[in-house]
Design a protein around this ligand. Structure first.
Ligand code: AMP
Length: 494
C-alpha cells in the first residue's frame, strides 16, 4: 500500500520533522511496523540497515513518549558506539519539534558527562550494553519508567558476545513494556531471547538485503598480501570512484594503508576500534560530508554506519565471516542505486570465499588485476579528480536546523535556573511564544536553549539587556559541539 506519513496517527510536530528531513513517504519497513508500534505491540523485525529501520522505531516512539515525564521512557540498545550515536541523532532529528530529549551512552567516553545528562529530563536513552550496565549499577540511569525497549541489530549484539549483558539489562527493566527487536538474521539464540522476554511477538520480515546485493556488481581479485597495496591503488585509478570504503581486518592494516595513502597524497581518512571516540566520529563525519574520498576502516568500526552514496567498496582483506561480507558490501548500492565491490582474495581466504558465495547464493566474478596500460590510460582522469575537492554533501538535518539558534546562558542549576524561568522570560519578549522555544538543557553552571522559527537573533539581542532570574546574564551563541561536557571538563583541568 502506498501510504504517506500523514496517513498514520502522527502529530504535526513529528510530521514537520519528517518533512524537513526530506522523508517524503515511509520506507517498506516503516510502512509495515509504524501502526504496530503505535498500537503497543511487541514485534520482531527482520530487516537490514539502510532500510530506514531506525526511523521505523524512532518515529512511533518519539510520538508515544509523554513529554511531561522526566525519567527515561524508551531505551535503545545497540551493539556499537557509532550506531548508538547514529540512532540518537535520528531520534533527535525526528523528535526535534516535539522537543524529545535523547542521549547516547557508550564506553570510551566520560562516564560523568553521561551521568549528568541522564540526570536531566530525558525521554529516550540509547546505549551500548557495557556502559548501560555501568549506569544501572551506579544508579545514574533510572529505568523505572521505561515503557519501550528497542534491541537494535540484535544479531550483532549476539555476535559480539553481549547476550549476558543484554539479559542483565532486561532484568532491570519494568516488565510492563513494549519490546521491539530488530535484526538482519534471526538465529536460535535470538529466538530464545524473544521467547523469554517478549510478549507474543509477531515476526515481520522485510525483503532481505541480499536482494540489494543483486544491485551490486561484486568481483573478487586474487592477490598475494604484498601485492595488495599496489593493487588497490591501480583499482582506484581505473575505477576512479567518487567515494570508496576500503575494509581491512586489523587496526594495523588500516594504519599502514592509511600511511601509504597519505604518502601518495590521497584524500583519505580511517576508522578503527583503537582510535578514540572523538577521532572516529570526526573521521566519519568528514567522510559523510565529502571532505575526503577514501575511508579505510575495520569492519566492526564501520558496522551499521549510514553513509549514502559510496561508489565502491574494496575488501582489502577478505572478511572473516559471511555476514561481515554482506554488511561491508552493503555500504554501496544503497537506496536502489547500483554499486560495485571488489574483494581481494589470498590463498588462505579461498575457504572463506566459498562460504560467502554459498551465503549470498552467487558465484562472484573474478577480476584480473588491471593491466599497466589500462592504469596509465586512466591516470589523467584520476589525477584530475584527485586534485578537485570532493563536492560537499548537504547534511540531511540542515533544513531542520534552519531557523533554529542554540544560545548559551552562563547560569545553570547552581544559580537555580529552571526551564520555567527561561520560558517565562523568553515569552515576555515581543513576538515570542512557547512554540518558538525548542530544547532547553540546564547544566550545572550553564544552560542551552534552542530558539526556533528564525527568532534566535532577536532573543539573543534582547537578552543582552534583559534580566533572567533577576540578573543580566552572559548570553551568546552556543558552539555546536559533540560532547558539551567534555569541553567543560577540559577547561577545569587547564
Ligand atoms: P537505516 O536503515 O535506519 O540505517 O536508514 C537508512 C537511511 O534512510 C538513513 O539515512 C535515514 O535517514 C534514511 N531514511 C529513513 N527513513 C526514510 C524515509 N522515509 N525516506 C527517506 N529516507 C529515509
Amino acid at each position: 500500500m502506498n501510504r504517506k506519513f500523514k496517513d498514520f496517527e502522527l502529530s504535526d510536530e513529528i510530521l514537520k520533522s519528517l518533512h524537513l528531513l526530506g522523508y517524503e513517504k515511509p520506507t517498506k519497513v516503516q510502512n509495515r511496523v509504524l501502526n504496530d508500534i503505535l498500537d503497543h505491540k511487541d514485534i520482531i523485525v527482520k530487516s537490514q540497515t539502510g532500510s530506514g529501520k531506525t526511523a521505523a522505531f524512532a518515529i512511533p516512539v518519539c510520538e508515544l513518549v509523554d513529554w511531561e515525564e522526566n525519567k527515561p521512557q524508551a531505551l535503545v540498545i545497540t551493539p556499537t558506539r557509532e550506531l548508538a550515536m547514529q540512532v540518537r541523532d535520528e531520534v533527535f532529528n525526528i523528535g526535534r519539534f516535539k522537543r524529545v530529549k535523547t542521549c547516547a551512552v557508550f564506553g570510551k567516553a566520560p562516564f560523568e558527562v553521561q551521568a549528568r545528562e541522564l540526570k536531566q529530563k530525558m525521554h529516550i536513552v540509547v546505549g551500548t550494553p557495557g556502559r548501560l550496565i555501568d549506569h544501572l549499577d551506579q544508579g545514574t540511569f533510572d529505568p523505572s519508567m521505561i515503557k519501550y525497549l528497542i534491541i537494535d541489530e540484535a544479531d550483532e549484539l549476539m555476535n559480539m558476545g553481549f547476550i549476558e549483558q543484554l539479559e542483565e539489562i532486561l532484568e532491570h527493566l519494568p516488565t510492563d513494556r513494549v519490546t521491539l527487536l530488530f535484526s538482519a538474521t534471526i538465529p536460535e539464540d535470538i529466538k530464545h531471547l524473544c521467547d523469554s522476554y517478549m510478549k507474543d511477538p509477531d515476526l515481520i520480515e522485510i525483503e532481505s538485503e541480499s536482494r540489494a546485493l543483486d544491485r551490486i556488481e561484486q568481483q573478487v581479485c586474487f592477490a598475494r598480501n604484498k601485492e595488495k597495496t599496489a593493487l588497490v591503488n591501480d583499482i582506484l585509478v581505473v575505477e576512479n570512484p567518487d567515494t570508496c570504503m576500503i575494509f581491512c581486518n586489523t587496526r594495523i592494516a588500516v594504519d599502514e594503508l592509511y600511511d601509504d595513502f597519505k604518502d601518495m597524497g590521497y584524500p583519505c581518512g580511517r576508522i578503527h576500534g583503537g582510535m578514540n571516540q572523538r577521532d572516529r566520529m570526526r573521521e566519519m563525519d568528514s567522510f559523510k560530508k565529502g571532505k575526503f574520498r577514501y575511508l579505510i576502516a575495520t569492519g566492526v568500526a564501520a558496522r551499521g554506519i549510514d553513509v549514502d552514496d559510496v561508489s565502491l567498496v574494496v575488501n582489502y582483506d577478505f572478511p572473516e565471516d559471511e555476514e561481515s561480507y554482506v554488511h561491508r558490501v552493503g555500504r554501496t548500492g544503497r537506496k536502489d542505486r547500483m554499486g560495485k565491490a571488489v574483494s581481494f582474495v589470498t590463498d588462505k581466504d579461498k575457504e572463506a570465499l566459498h562460504a560467502v558465495e554459498q551465503f549470498v547464493e552467487l558465484s562472484l566474478a573474478v577480476m584480473e588485476a588491471p593491466e599497466e596500460s589500462v592504469v596509465e590510460a586512466a591516470e589523467p582522469a584520476f589525477m584530475e579528480k584527485l586534485n578537485k575537492r570532493p563536492k560537499m554533501k548537504e547534511n540531511k538535518a540542515a533544513k531542520l536546523n534552519d531557523g533554529i539558534l542554540k544560545i548559551h546562558i552562563n547560569a545553570g542549576k547552581k544559580q537555580k535556573m529552571r526551564a520555567a524561568d527561561i520560558v517565562g522570560t523568553l515569552c515576555s519578549i515581543e513576538g515570542m511564544t512557547k512554540d518558538d522555544i525548542g530544547i532547553i538543557t540546564i547544566m550545572d553552571i550553564s544552560t542551552y536553549v534552542e530558539v526556533l522559527n528564525g527568532k534566535g537573533d532577536k532573543v539573543l539581542k534582547t537578552l543582552q539587556k534583559k534580566t533572567l532570574k533577576g540578573r543580566i546574564r552572559r548570553v551568546s551563541r552556543a558552539d555546536e559541539e559533540l560532547f558539551p561536557g567534555e569541553r567543560n571538563a577540559r577547561r577545569r583541568r587547564n
